[in-house]
Design a protein around this ligand. Structure first.
Ligand code: ADP
Ligand code: ZN
Length: 228
């Protein structure tokens, strides 16, 4: 690897349906490689909570489990890309989700002299996603993820990571909305797997196993890119 590629920011995309573990893995990659997770879902939820015009327009669409318009998503993403912390590189989580977003992303990165270095598709079984997503919740203080069935805190009601005691659930994490989100994924996002495969940037990672095993597989891919 040349000095040039080592200092250049690395940009990754995590693809996968709701519940595939994109957020969990993105947080682990942040810690391991100093990249910044950029989740359009989080950005949109921030806009909803702040009551911005973009948030007002996105709220009901998100509650139904449908995709927010490319225009709104691109606007929140562009704003986020102006902030200095993303200069070292990003893990895109939940973006792009449509062909138009993928094309717009190429343009945004080209304008910054950057590119997508790797696209990782987390391969999971749809059937398991409804149960995964419907039971999940997070620590309101540190964002650590939990699940009613699969991962409760060691002490009930206390976050393992930060000892916080307030937790939150997303309004769209219910069985009915998850089904709509899965359909949106297959109709609009899954075609991007082929789009990136044709460019030679795609890796598929089996993602039904243990979180740490999946993190290891991802870490291998990313360490090749960063030289770390
Ligand atoms: P998940 O991947 O678990 O469905 P996200 O937090 O990524 O969760 O997204 C939640 C919702 O936010 C989506 O169902 C959609 O309404 C909206 N959203 C997030 N990212 C995008 C995007 N890139 N394009 C369109 N809508 C988006
Ligand atoms: Zn916590």
């Amino acid at each position: 690897m040349t000095a040039d590629t080592m200092t250049r920011p690395v940009n990754l995309i995590l693809l996968g349906p709701p519940g595939a573990g994109k957020g969990t893995q993105a947080r682990m990659l942040e810690d391991a490689f100093g990249l910044v997770q950029l989740s359009t879902g989080d950005l949109l939820r921030g806009a909803v909570n702040a009551g911005t015009p973009a948030g007002l327009a996105a709220k009901s669409v998100m509650e139904k489990g449908e995709l927010v318009s490319d225009e709104i998503v691109l606007a929140v993403l562009e704003e986020r890309l102006q902030q200095p912390d993303v200069a070292a590189g990003t893990i895109l989580d939940g973006f792009p989700r449509t062909a138009a977003q993928a094309e717009a992303l190429d343009g945004l990165l080209a304008a910054r002299n950057q590119q997508i270095d790797a696209v990782i598709s987390l391969e999971v079984d749809d059937d398991a996603m409804v149960a995964r997503v419907s039971g999940r919740y997070t620590c309101a203080d540190c964002g650590e993820g939990y699940h009613d069935e699969f991962k409760q805190p060691a002490t009930a009601g206390v976050c393992d990571k930060c000892q916080g005691s307030s937790f939150k659930r997303r309004p769209d994490d219910n069985a009915e909305t998850v089904r709509t989100r899965l359909s949106a994924y297959h109709a609009q996002t899954a075609p991007l797997i082929e789009y990136y495969n044709a460019r030679g940037t795609l890796s598929k990672v089996a993602a039904m196993g243990a979180i740490d095993d999946i993190a290891k597989a991802l870490g291998k891919i990313v360490s090749h890119l960063t030289g770390a």
